[in-house]
Design a protein around this ligand. Structure first.
Ligand SMILES: [Zn+2]
Length: 198
């Protein structure tokens, strides 16, 4: 576990973890959304190391240590390990939501007590959409969401989710429609990271 204690140290430490594990790639990428970007983040490559996952969880837990969190909830799949490690550091339960049709919901018999104080976490916030959907699922289940956290904020701090939000690493990652992509204009082909198809 890393012994760092300030937000700035979190940022530098997590950035070093992303680079060390090959989880932050620089180049010309086609994202799942179809947009092109010069940076690609794959949090799973950091989280595959339990000691790094533990550091991420303890750093997020510290940001919310005075919020009397009683449970941590994340959207599956990307948020599950983040929730687990954050919950471990806070000594509370870790739950996750899944899609049932179009609706994000708690399944598997997961339940929240009425008014239970919940922290929602995920790996990457881009628009905040899946955090907001998870907050709605927790609220429908009777929980009270008191904060939201992520390993990475790709919105440069812009995403709003309706509760106080913390991110360990805030990055501005511009994404372009292929027709307007400056990297395409340079003539290099975009690659799809994490996929065998190029
Ligand atoms: Zn491009």
């Amino acid at each position: 576990m890393h012994p760092l204690t300030t937000d700035l140290e979190d940022h530098a430490y997590l950035l070093s973890l992303f680079k060390k594990t090959g989880a932050l790639l620089e180049g010309h990428f086609q994202l799942t959304s179809g947009l092109h970007s010069s940076r690609y983040l794959q949090c799973a490559l950091v989280l595959q190391y339990p000691e790094h996952a533990e550091s991420v969880g303890s750093a997020l837990a510290r940001r919310f240590s005075d919020h009397q969190i009683e449970a941590v909830v994340a959207p599956a799949i990307g948020g599950i390990i983040v929730a687990h490690e954050t919950a471990r550091a806070l000594c509370v339960r870790a739950l996750f939501t899944e899609r049932e049709g179009d609706l994000m919901t708690l399944r598997r018999g997961f339940q929240l007590n009425q008014g239970e104080r919940v922290l929602v976490v995920e790996d990457v916030v881009t628009t905040g959409g899946s955090t907001r959907e998870t907050i709605e699922a927790v609220t429908r289940a009777g929980g009270l969401v008191v904060g939201a956290g992520s390993m990475v904020d790709r919105s440069g701090g812009a995403a709003q989710v309706g509760v106080p939000r913390e991110s360990l690493l805030t990055l501005e990652v511009p994404a372009y429609h292929p027709s307007e992509c400056p990297l395409c204009n340079d003539g290099t082909p975009a690659i799809k990271p994490g996929s065998r198809k190029q």
